[in-house]
Design a protein around this ligand. Structure first.
Ligand SMILES: Cc1cc2nc3c(=O)[nH]c(=O)nc-3n(C[C@H](O)[C@H](O)[C@H](O)COP(=O)(O)OP(=O)(O)OC[C@H]3O[C@@H](n4cnc5c(N)ncnc54)[C@H](O)[C@@H]3O)c2cc1C
Length: 269
């Protein structure tokens, strides 16, 4: 049963509290963690809140974005400098959840959640992690694949603002609002005017974690960003996917719609 909630103002104290072991958990917005605590599904005795930690800010400087891990999704969605992320944020849950849910927490959301994490993977985001009074860098891909060590706290993510016209995002849902993902597609695709010179495509709903659609990316490189080549690349979406069944969709259905949504995301039709 829960006995203590600590609200430290510095990372060192938070880390020291977390070092007490697996019965102490880091609490951010609590949208995922609190149901676990309340149902006593795991024996959590104490929570360490991120609320007062200095990890809740947004900085945009010379085309580089730094989002504090404690920033809420609502705060990201309201920031005019991050307009390209608004469709991603607005595809996540509902306003009350977005007022609590944080950027850091979204990295640990199991699929079919973690839509911002899918976008961050396509953005090739870097992650800052507080460890032993210092900090270590990691790639978002590494954090999504391997998590962080016990007691480590994600403090920020960073990425380059995508140039105009290079960012694409779609989330297929059972309802238009407030629904988990059937499949989510985020992509950053650059061209030199004639052909694709850079393609990073990330998929949600395509496995236990967000994944890169590497075969589709390779199929697009050097090709025009046009209907025929995008359709051919989209057919390769399944190569990197391992879709699952849940209450929202069957694995079969996810596998069928993945190429369709990848094509629509990029072509807009
Ligand atoms: C009704 C509902 C609908 C939802 N719909 C969606 C949806 O459509 N799309 C979507 O993406 N998500 C959805 N979610 C999932 C969730 O709201 C988000 O993923 C949210 O971003 C989680 O953040 P949080 O701050 O609430 O995390 P918490 O619940 O506080 O924490 C979740 C986990 O992450 C760990 N954690 C949190 N912050 C850090 C940090 N800084 N460093 C290290 N570990 C950390 C916690 O210890 C915990 O294990 C939904 C949730 C609910 C309840």
């Amino acid at each position: 049963m829960l006995q203590n909630v600590f609200v430290p103002a510095d990372l060192g104290e938070a880390a020291a509290r977390l070092a007490a072991g697996p019965t102490v958990a880091l609490l951010a917005g609590g949208t995922l963690l609190m149901p676990v605590v309340n149902t006593e599904a795991t024996p959590i005795r104490a929570l360490v809140s991120t609320r007062k930690l200095p990890i809740r800010d947004i900085a945009v400087e010379e085309g580089r974005v730094r989002l504090g891990a404690g920033t809420t999704l609502a705060e990201v969605g309201r920031d005019g400098r991050l307009g390209f992320l608004r469709p991603t944020i607005e595809s996540i849950a509902s306003p009350p959840i977005r007022n609590l849910a944080t950027v850091g927490g979204n990295l640990f959301a199991p699929q079919p959640y973690g839509d911002l994490a899918v976008a961050l993977l396509a953005l090739d985001a870097s992650v800052e992690i507080a460890v032993d009074g210092g900090s270590r860098p990691a790639s978002v891909a590494d954090v999504l694949d391997h998590g962080v060590a016990a007691g480590e706290i994600v403090t920020a993510v960073g990425f380059d603002l995508p140039a105009a016209g290079t960012w694409f995002y779609t989330k297929a849902m059972r309802r238009k609002l407030n629904s988990a993902s059937i499949v989510t597609v985020a992509a950053r695709i650059a061209t030199d005017g004639a052909v694709v010179t850079e393609a990073r495509i990330a998929l949600g709903g395509a496995g236990p974690r967000p994944v890169r659609a590497r075969a589709a990316e390779a199929a697009l490189l050097g090709k025009p960003l046009a209907a025929e080549s995008v359709a051919a690349a989209a057919e390769r979406a399944g190569d990197d996917a391992d879709p699952f069944s849940d209450a929202y969709a069957s694995a079969w259905y996810r596998g069928r719609v993945l190429p369709v949504y990848l094509r629509r995301t990029i072509l807009g039709a």
